[in-house]
Design a protein around this ligand. Structure first.
Ligand SMILES: CC(=O)N[C@H](C=O)[C@@H](O)[C@H](O)[C@H](O)COP(=O)(O)O
Length: 528
């Protein structure tokens, strides 16, 4: 029988492979467990009744068991049901971990704790805050863990929560530090902050996550080395304005925005951009152009001439190279933003998080921006798909194909519908009216979200991306993402896309195209 004291000053290895990944087998989990114990880990944290049973058959060390579920009506994922606790007990877990956060749940924490106690096992409360820990201790739960800190809303932090470890230690010695402990220094800091034991998971047993951390470091540093210190000039050329930025190490160091003189034509747009760029004060190593319309083999064409009158197949890359005198890369603006979100925004956050990153179709990320129109981009096998790909807004799904989908979803649609209902408001005004309970506004926003959700569901079935990132003024308007999630949640979990809000805001295109241009430059130098 495991006693609480057995875990004092110990390292516990969480063996929870990436769901659906190549290591997600009982054999691999048992392998991870035995390897960790042979190197001196004291205990294991194992997910699912089947894996607990398999590991129990192979080792005698203490096992913290948990079951993860994705519920439709509760955000609680860790061991939500009585049957989960009973299954883990029966499979041979010594300690049962369950979510002990203060959120809607199917079974009260007190009830779960009671079943564990009655079964003669120890309990561990997976907490997000000091209040969670205090409540768990009142219920007589044996260990309080920092497991859920940073995972109950808002952006996920990168560092472990040492403050919470310290706050817990003021209440009890039986504190388990868990979550985002990825380096040996962090493990030591957790003990110094008062942890009784330290759990390390992803850094040891999520090969895909640990690999992606190192990969990001290696590619980032090699790109920087190839580029030297010179920044990249990023230009986002749109229908109403042109933004220019010097980007260095993924950060905008200087920027300007000028109106696009719609009637002037591409030669004049580039002349004006080059003149403005000269005032930014640094000579860039490369230029990245993110443009409305589409770029094919360096030639630029309009997708919707109403947005900007681009002559058919304008030689954009050649014309820009002649003006800037450095290598030029050009892509569609939403494709550029997709790359920005993938490398440096929501996609990067997702890769380094505890999320359910699963190996799927090879499509890493799909980006959809809903603003005046709809744009998008696809990242597959770590590469941005260019050419026409990602122009979801002009899918002919609306009105039997007569009208492009974006005309029935986007900000333009929302404002036009409001006007038809007798309200001269822009999209932001319609969202505000909907929030204030105006039925007509609610109906318009609802229609838009319904169609966008349908589009997402179709894209999910067509491409099965690991993550869909939503951006744009409408996509990120208050409540819109929730509406999408709500509409999508009626399907079984596997058929429901994972959505995340864009993180780079209006600069995603600039940052993305700078990263692409820097990458191209690095590759060219490496192969020279
Ligand atoms: C929030 C949540 O669901 N945490 C889960 C709890 O079991 C696991 O996904 C984590 O891997 C575990 O906590 C260890 O953390 P890290 O992998 O960061 O070392």
């Amino acid at each position: 029988m495991v006693r609480k004291q057995d875990l004092e000053n110990s390292l516990i290895v969480s063996c929870q492979p990436v769901p659906g990944g190549p290591m997600d087998t009982a054999e691999a989990v048992v392998g991870f467990a035995r390897a960790a114990l042979s190197a001196g880990a004291k205990a294991l944290r194992i997910e699912s009744v089947a894996y607990v049973r398999a590991v129990r058959a192979a080792v005698s060390a203490p096992i913290i068991g948990l079951v993860k579920r994705d519920l439709d009506d509760s955000p609680v994922r860790i061991t939500p049901f009585r049957a989960d606790v009973e299954g883990l007990v029966e499979a041979g877990a010594d300690i049962i971990a369950f979510d002990a956060t203060d959120r809607p749940r199917p079974v009260a924490v007190a009830e779960l704790a009671e079943i564990v106690r009655a079964a003669g096992r120890l309990s561990m409360a997976d907490c997000a805050s000091a209040e969670d820990g205090a409540r768990a201790l009142v219920l007589g739960i044996d260990f309080i863990g920092t497991t859920m800190s940073g995972y109950t809303g808002g952006p996920e932090p990168v560092e472990p929560d040492l403050d919470l470890i310290q706050a817990f230690r003021a209440m009890t010695p039986y504190v388990i530090a868990e979550g985002r402990i990825r380096t040996t220094d962090q493990a030591a800091a957790a003990i110094a902050a008062g942890a009784y034991a330290v759990v390390v998971g992803s850094a040891i047993t999520r090969t895909e996550h640990a690999t992606s951390w190192f990969l990001d470091a290696v590619t980032g540093a090699s790109r920087q080395r190839a580029q030297g210190d010179a920044p990249v000039l990023a230009i986002d050329l749109g229908g109403t304005k042109t933004s220019l930025a010097l980007v260095q190490g993924g950060q905008i160091v200087a920027s300007r925005t000028i109106p696009t003189d719609r009637s002037a034509g591409p030669d004049a747009w580039l002349d004006r951009a080059a003149a403005e760029a000269a005032t930014l004060g640094a000579s860039p190593a490369a230029v990245g152009l993110a443009v409305t319309g589409f770029v094919d083999g360096g030639r630029w064409s309009a997708m919707n001439p109403a947005t900007l009158g681009i002559p058919e197949a304008y030689p954009l890359v050649d014309a820009a190279s002649a003006r800037f005198g450095v290598p030029v890369l050009a892509v569609n603006d939403a494709q550029a933003a997709a790359w920005g979100e993938f490398r440096l925004g929501a996609g990067q956050a997702d890769r380094s998080s505890n999320g359910r990153a699963q190996e799927t179709s090879g499509i890493d990320l799909l980006f959809l921006t809903i603003s005046t129109g709809i744009g998008g981009g696809i990242i597959a096998g770590g590469r941005l798909l260019t050419g026409l790909s990602g122009h979801f807004g002009i899918f002919g799904l609306g009105s039997g194909g007569a009208q492009p989908l974006e005309d029935m979803v986007s900000g333009g649609f929302i404002a036009a519908e409001a006007l038809r209902a007798g309200h001269a408001l822009n999209a932001a005004g319609v969202f505000a009216a909907a929030e204030n309970g105006a039925g007509w506004a609610e109906a318009i926003v609802s229609d838009s979200a319904e169609r966008a959700a349908l589009l997402l569901s179709d894209l999910h079935l067509a491409l099965d991306p690991a993550l869909i990132v939503i951006g744009g003024g409408i996509g990120l308007a208050p409540g819109y993402l929730d509406r999408l999630r709500q509409r999508l949640s009626v399907k079984p979990t596997r058929l429901t896309p994972r959505l995340a809000p864009a993180r780079l805001g209006p600069h995603a295109g600039l940052i993305g195209v700078a990263a692409l241009a820097g990458k191209r430059l690095g590759e060219a130098k490496a192969s020279a």
